[in-house]
Design a protein around this ligand. Sequence first.
Ligand code: F0G
Length: 344
Amino acid sequence: MPILIERYRRWLDVPSDLTAYSIGEGNTPLVHWQTWGATRVWLKLEGSNPTGSFKDRGMTVAVSIARHSMARAVICASTGNTAASAAAYAGRAGLPAFVVMPEGQVAPPKMVQAAAHGARLIVVRGNFDQALSGVRTVAANESWIALVNSVNPWRIRGQETAAYEIVDALGTVPMMLVLPVGNAGNISAYFQGFHRYAGRAPEFLGVQAKGSDPLVQNRPLDHVATIASAIRIGRPASADSAKTAVKESHGQFLSVDDTAILAAQKELAHGGIFVEPASAAAYAGLLQRQSLQTLPSGDIVVILTGAGLKDTDTPLQWASIASTLSPADGILSTITTLLEEMAG
Ligand code: F0G
């Protein structure tokens, strides 16, 4: 399979002499999850990207362009996944990466990932929105540093490729697309991508976490709280284009609480698909929407944006890890006890 940029080069409008830096992004599975009456529910496993999130689609383009335009470093603010992806692609392209994260707000495996790829982590005492505002100022004043957040249009162009893949896989545009919304770059990318590739977009269901739902409340929030740390964002940079996507597609924004997010995470994981809380929020949003209103007939695609191992703390709220035996106990008797527990 050619790398993502080569596969969709003519849709991406990248410079003809661009050297593409790839680590095998895109071409993620579209899994048929369940059929509910006349509705087929599909899951797009974006956690299967090389760094475990959808960010890799945009990052391959943004970092390749940064290198092409002679940038000497890349910078981003992040709740974790952008940081890990920027770090990996910068490593691949031989550029230093500076990743700015809100203190105490990032799941530790994502910090480890960014650091392992060689990025320099800068932790700010503030929230994501303040971190983003800080890096935007730096990049605006220092032309040698390329900003690789989704405010960089090349990030959005790269993320459009997920819409292309869905159209290619289903042979058509689905009826509805369900996805988590944080800084709102991804929903904007899908809207643009479906229009560019297929001339029309599905109905968008943009899911936010209660406590961190500025698009549902239709106002910026300065204090945000949710278990889904990836989308703990009060001032989405791409709010306007996200609103356009929802309005023009006759869709909606809705929010789901932490309990619903954890229940959705557990249901998916018990069905074999382990995703991080922000991604589980999308599925929780679909369940909530189904309980309120009939779903459209045909295909619905839920975008599962990040892998479960990205955040190893939250599943411990519903998963039990081990039964520890003393040497005198038997494994079989433990299994019997566990089976009784499961039946009860
Ligand atoms: N899901 C996951 C797993 C994410 O990491 C993010 C955003 C989103 C959904 C929301 O996407 O921001 O385009 O609306 N993560 C960013 C980061 C903010 O820094 O990794 P969005």
